[in-house]
Design a binder for this molecule. Structure first.
Ligand code: ADP
Ligand code: MG
Length: 264
């Protein structure tokens, strides 16, 4: 049985500002925006799942519903045999925007999720271990505003992983990073996935990231979003898109699906 099972998932929003007589507003309550309809998906335990799709197609909405932060209009998400009705402390979400608390240092931010470790020495050891893992040793007592964007992202990933979550959700975790930092953090996430074996679900608009990282990729189209590609990637790691003909063909295919027919 799958770890995460999504059945008949449907989400619509009602845009109440829509004018009464406008098309699409038959009842006068507002225009219904169908984000997605009847989505069925299943992810295995320990998988890195990457979700791609055009901007505004509903990726973040889908991730928030899977994580229990938002509710579906209909359909269910079942994780480990239990229907999701709200966020779980065993599952951690790395948001698209910076999620560090600005009035707390890196150390305090990482400590946040570890309050259940009552033994202080053990707690401190765990905090240090994850700060080292994301290469922020020496910056423990810096506040987020004193760090670069990449360092903030690393701190956030360290904090998320320190909780030792059963599932890690990430919404565009590399957006806004410079190219090299992006590649380095990507490498760290891949290593964490390889060594810690966590189930990870990541939304991204970087096609190459999905091809390099994913055990499974899902591509959505828009309005209302449908799954236009659902594929298990069994290419060996470390992956190199240019050197693996299967991966480069898949890359072309995904670019085409997302409306780009020529990629240099
Ligand atoms: P993505 O992450 O793929 O860019 P989102 O999930 O953020 O897309 O949004 C999907 C669609 O749902 C968009 O059309 C957006 O305008 C709409 N939407 C998202 N959140 C709300 C909301 N709270 N109220 C109304 N519409 C929303
Ligand atoms: Mg989004």
């Amino acid at each position: 049985m799958g770890k995460i099972k999504i059945e008949g998932l449907t989400k619509h929003y009602v845009n109440r500002r829509h004018k009464r007589r406008d098309p699409g507003d038959e009842n006068g309550y507002g225009k219904i925006i169908n984000v997605f309809k009847d989505i069925d998906l299943e992810f295995e335990d320990g998988e890195m799942v990457c979700i791609l799709g055009p901007s505004g197609c509903g990726k973040s909405t889908m991730l928030r519903i899977i994580a229990g932060f938002d509710s579906a209009t209909s359909g269910t998400v079942v994780i480990d045999g239990e229907t999701v009705v709200g966020p779980s402390p065993d599952h951690v979400f790395v948001f698209q925007q910076n999620g560090l608390l600005p009035w707390m240092t890196v150390w305090q931010n990482v400590e946040l999720g570890l309050r259940n470790i009552k033994n202080e020495a053990l707690r401190n050891e765990t905090i240090q271990e994850y700060i080292d893992m994301v290469e922020l040793s020496g910056f423990e007592h810096y506040f987020p505003s004193q760090l670069s964007g990449g360092m903030q992202r690393r701190a956030e990933l360290g904090r998320a992983l320190a909780v030792n979550p059963d599932i890690l959700y990430m919404d565009e975790p590399f957006t806004g990073l410079d190219y090299l930092t992006h590649l380095k953090i990507r490498e760290e996430v891949i290593n964490m996935h390889t060594f810690l074996g966590k189930t990870m679900v990541m939304v991204t608009h970087f096609i190459d990231d999905a091809l390099i990282m994913a055990d499974r990729i899902i591509v959505f189209n828009e309005s209302p979003a449908k799954v236009i590609l659902h594929k298990k990637l069994e290419y060996s790691r470390p992956r190199n898109i240019e050197k693996d003909p299967g991966l480069s063909d898949l890359r072309d295919e995904v670019f085409m699906m997302l409306g780009v027919s020529y990629v240099a």
